[in-house]
Write a protein that binds this ligand. Structure first.
Ligand SMILES: [Zn+2]
Ligand SMILES: [Zn+2]
Length: 394
């Protein structure tokens, strides 16, 4: 019989272990922050993280899933197999304006401290290094290549402006559209031309009309990437990129059909030929495992943070963690590192990701993750509950 007191002691020890590594972890985080690398080019970050794990006694496999900057570090054997996921890609022009340097350092910190719990109770702790969250949905590719198949749970703490135990994220798919018309002198012989730009503009008008009649949380937005060459030439070609998002896969599929109808209508009206391609990556909606989220929240609150289980006004985008959460019971909590008026993906958030508050967020996230690992390995009945919830809500 494991006494509550022993569990509390072990939680204090894993937290102490993270405090003892404060300097190493903040240096690792700042090093990644000051050498921002875009998706699938995170050579330095992946190498530093893998090395840190190896030096801390983890077995590390580099370049897993045929992705050179993906890796897996593991310690211990058997069940439960608990994974902490690391992101480490930056944004074009903005550097670490999503704070992924903090995700990476908190993941390795938490995993290394979790060794104490694994040594005492068994099971295994893994760090899965998942590249290219921002641009290419690295986890979706890794999910297809079976990177998450043998895991019992997956956790990732993302920096933000509020402390919340859950995240809302929509299903999302990208769409590339092109119209092919016919060039002609725009003043001398407009009747001979077919205007590909007008086809694109009419598509936007149709989508704007459609938007009035779609479900509340669905989103359709896009940009024009080619709108013609010169004002005196009828545009023979236009191109655009769009994103379609919905709360669930079923509605996303329905919405995709209605969006394509907008383009078909515009093609018919203008006489331009339509070509379109759906992006190969489809982001799945995020399924929050509430049993895990409540455990994490309790541990975060023990560290002195006020954590909401849900954030009613929370902004939502899409994340490739959604794809992981469809396969494995998962959480994607947020830790506040900046005031509420700071926007993620802004220069101010990039600054926060290298600030004292950022490091505090990193350490608290690492501690709460490791303490949650203690809960999971010490109480097999909680692991069963996590899995039951996952199966029931499928
Ligand atoms: Zn981001
Ligand atoms: Zn992010």
């Amino acid at each position: 019989m494991i006494k509550t007191l022993d569990i509390e002691k072990l939680k204090a020890s894993v937290a102490d272990e993270i405090d003892a590594r404060r300097r190493q972890l903040s240096e690792l985080s700042l090093k990644i922050h000051s050498s921002p690398e875009l998706g699938f080019q995170e050579v330095k970050a992946a190498a530093w993280l893998a090395q840190y794990l190896e030096e801390s006694g983890f077995f590390v496999e580099r370049g897993i899933c045929e992705l050179s900057t993906a890796f897996r570090g593991s310690y211990g054997e058997g069940k439960p197999a608990i994974a902490i996921l690391a992101e480490y890609d930056a944004l074009p022009h903005l550097g670490h304006a999503c704070g992924h340097n903090l995700i990476a350092a908190s993941a390795v910190g938490a995993a290394v401290a979790s060794k104490l719990a694994i040594n005492q109770f068994g099971g295994s702790i893994l760090v899965v290094g998942t590249p290219a969250e921002e641009l290419y949905g690295g986890k979706a590719i890794m999910a297809d290549r079976k990177a998450f198949d043998n895991l019992d749970m997956a956790m990732l703490v993302h920096p933000g402006v509020r402390d919340t135990a859950t995240t809302r994220a929509l299903a999302c798919q990208a769409l590339e559209v092109e119209f092919f018309g016919k060039a002609a002198h725009a003043a001398a012989s407009p009747e001979g031309g077919i205007n590909a730009l007008e086809a694109m503009l009419n598509s936007f008008a149709a989508i704007n009309s459609l938007r009035q009649h779609i479900k509340d949380k669905a989103r359709i937005h896009g940009i024009i990437t080619d709108g013609g060459e010169a004002a005196n030439v009828v545009p023979a070609h236009s191109a655009g990129t769009f994103l379609v998002r919905a709360e669930d896969d079923t509605y996303l599929a329905e919405l995709k059909g209605r969006v394509i109808n907008c383009f078909i209508g515009a093609a018919t009206a203008s006489g331009a030929r339509l070509e379109y391609r759906w992006g190969s990556i489809c982001y799945a909606p995020l399924r929050n495992n509430l049993t895990l989220a409540r455990l994490f929240r309790q541990n975060m609150q023990f560290l002195g943070r006020k954590v909401k289980l849900f954030e009613p006004g929370q902004a939502f985008g899409s994340t490739d963690m959604g794809n992981v959460s469809q396969l494995v019971p998962s959480i994607h909590p947020r830790v506040a590192i900046a005031p509420e008026d700071v926007l993620i993906h802004s220069p101010q958030f990039a600054e926060a990701a290298a600030s004292e508050a950022g490091i505090k967020g990193l350490l608290d996230a690492a501690k709460a993750l490791a303490m949650t690992v203690v809960d999971l390995v010490a109480n097999p009945e909680i692991t069963i509950k996590v899995k039951e919830e996952f199966v029931q809500n499928k």
